[in-house]
Design a protein around this ligand. Structure first.
Ligand code: SF4
Ligand code: SF4
Ligand code: FES
Length: 255
């Protein structure tokens, strides 16, 4: 089958940006920070020529590999799975590998995610984020001993926590939360999602301990239900709904 011509997959506004080579120009305005050079952050601009269907991560690679090798960024899988390349793009948290160049051209602003200490350029210190994650006991707890065969679960029981199994710990939700920005004690939505995944797992016996942790002053009741986290999640997880379910369990299930 003949390949689909480029003109058929681009809309009119895309076609206006496409030059004769098929490539389009993208200017990246990037917030830089390097404590070894200076105390304050600054902005740099780079212009790259990319295919419209390249990813923003490809454009950042183009800058790093061909224009400024000192640009620091984190990434691994380049396919929306590892969660390591969360950045703020035009004010919204995104995974750089899931953003098409044609959707942000001709210019976009790139910053590190907020609420975590910046180490260099787009790289933040994720330890405070993972401290929150680790604090909710994000693993199966079951004291029955090792079974002879798999632990059975009905499709309905599995469905109960299906949504929160999709989390890739990218931190897009937690670092878009205004409560987290202003209060480093708040455990944050990603940790609550991780807890939710086990609290409602029929094979797990640790729900009581997790709900006790989440009922403390650093837990779910700091959430003000502003939905930023749900909008930011690149996996489409209903983050705020998960938080509400945990709140309800604490209030009404008498764990
Ligand atoms: S819903 Fe709660 S956790 Fe999510 S962004 Fe708003 S305050 Fe933060
Ligand atoms: S819930 Fe979504 S946004 Fe939050 S860490 Fe998991 S995948 Fe990322
Ligand atoms: S590089 Fe792994 S999710 Fe983007």
């Amino acid at each position: 089958m003949a390949a689909e011509p480029l003109g058929d997959v681009l809309d009119a506004s895309d076609r206006r940006q496409v030059g004769t080579s098929g490539k389009i120009s993208l200017t990246l305005k990037i917030r830089r920070y390097n404590p070894e050079l200076r105390e304050d952050a600054w902005w740099d601009e780079f212009t790259v020529s990319m295919e419209p269907t390249d990813r923003l991560l490809d454009a950042l690679h183009e800058v790093k590999w061909h224009q400024d090798g000192t640009l620091a960024l984190r990434r691994s899988c380049a396919h929306g799975i590892c969660g390591s390349d969360a950045i703020m793009v035009d004010g919204q948290n995104r995974l750089a590998c899931k953003v098409l160049v044609k959707d942000v051209a001709p210019k976009c602003t790139i910053e590190p995610i907020r609420g975590l200490p910046v180490l260099k350029d787009l790289i933040v210190d994720m330890e405070p984020f993972f401290d929150g994650y680790r604090s909710v006991l994000p693993y199966l707890i079951n004291d029955e001993g090792e079974p002879d065969r798999e632990r059975f679960q009905s499709p309905e029981q599995r469905h109960r926590y299906d949504d929160t199994t999709k989390c890739i710990l990218c931190a897009c939700c937690t670092t878009s939360c205004p409560i987290f920005w202003g209060d480093e004690e708040y455990i944050g939505p990603a940790a609550i999602v991780a807890a939710h995944r086990f609290i409602y797992d029929s094979r797990d016996e640790g729900a009581k301990d997790r709900l006790k942790i989440l009922s403390e002053k650093t837990g779910v009741f700091r959430c003000r239900t502003t939905f930023n986290c749900t909008e930011a999640c690149p996996r489409g997880i209903h983050v705020t709904q998960a938080i509400q379910e945990v709140k309800r369990s604490i209030l009404f299930d008498r764990f």
